[in-house]
Design a protein around this ligand. Structure first.
Ligand SMILES: Cc1ncc(COP(=O)(O)OP(=O)(O)O)c(N)n1
Ligand SMILES: Cc1nc(C(=O)O)sc1CCOP(=O)(O)O
Ligand SMILES: [Mg+2]
Length: 201
């Protein structure tokens, strides 16, 4: 399976409606602490935009809702994994990606036979408090060897200046939140990411 090299992560369907039409081909809907009813509505809106623009939608955390709403890809962290029924997820035809932050998590992730593995935070992130120090690019190369033939996603503190480094160290896709959503011009920044990742598409 091939992932687009530019992996956008946003916290609302509104962001997806705004940015996906610009040419984004891989997006994660990562919403925290909302009612199931709200989440369902957000997933429906996101699904409609992504279908209209041939963009792969990945739903973070909420694998039951993703199944019910006919989605085909979820992202699970290690805590999500503990609570997830992978047999049900697979039987419903969904692919799944898994986060990793250390060796033990990588073992757990590989045992779950994911469709991609994510490693983070590569650089410091301001999005959420993390108990892991930045992994750095060398760790990405180690993960490349361990994860092959699965796609490897780099996440955490990425920006256009750091893209070349993560691909040179074995990432297949670069995931990003705040470099775009906190940018003064998110549309222009999204187009810059699309241009900067074109060589790996
Ligand atoms: C591509 C990607 N990588 C890592 C994460 C983090 O997942 P998780 O550890 O479950 O943390 P939350 O994002 O749920 O706070 C991710 N979402 N996407
Ligand atoms: C959601 C998330 N997960 C991470 C991990 O390491 O698992 S880092 C991260 C935040 C990514 O946001 P930004 O691009 O703004 O740094
Ligand atoms: Mg999670």
């Amino acid at each position: 399976m091939k992932l687009d090299p530019f992996y956008l992560i946003v916290d609302s369907a509104q962001w997806i409606e705004r940015l996906v039409p610009l040419g984004v081909k891989l997006v994660q809907l990562r919403i925290k602490e909302r009612s199931d009813e709200d989440l369902r509505g957000e997933i429906r809106r996101a699904t409609a935009v992504c279908a209209a623009h041939q963009c792969q939608l990945i739903v973070n955390d909420y694998w039951r809702l993703a199944i019910e709403e006919g989605c085909d890809f979820v992202h699970l962290g290690q805590e999500d994994l503990a609570d997830a029924d992978l047999r049900t997820i697979r039987a419903a035809g969904l692919k799944h990606g898994i986060s990793t932050h250390d060796e033990a998590e990588l073992e757990t992730a590989l045992a779950a036979e994911p469709d991609y593995v994510a490693l983070g935070p590569i650089y410091p992130t301001i999005l959420k408090k993390m108990k892991w120090a930045p992994q750095g690019l060398t760790r990405l190369s180690t993960w490349r060897e361990r994860v092959t033939p699965l796609p490897l996603v780099a996440i955490g503190g990425l920006n256009p200046e750091r893209i070349d480094g993560v691909f040179a160290h074995g990432a297949d896709s670069a995931a990003v939140v705040t470099d775009i959503t906190l940018n003064a011009d998110p549309e222009a920044r999204t187009k810059e990411w699309i241009r900067k990742t074109a060589a790996w598409r």
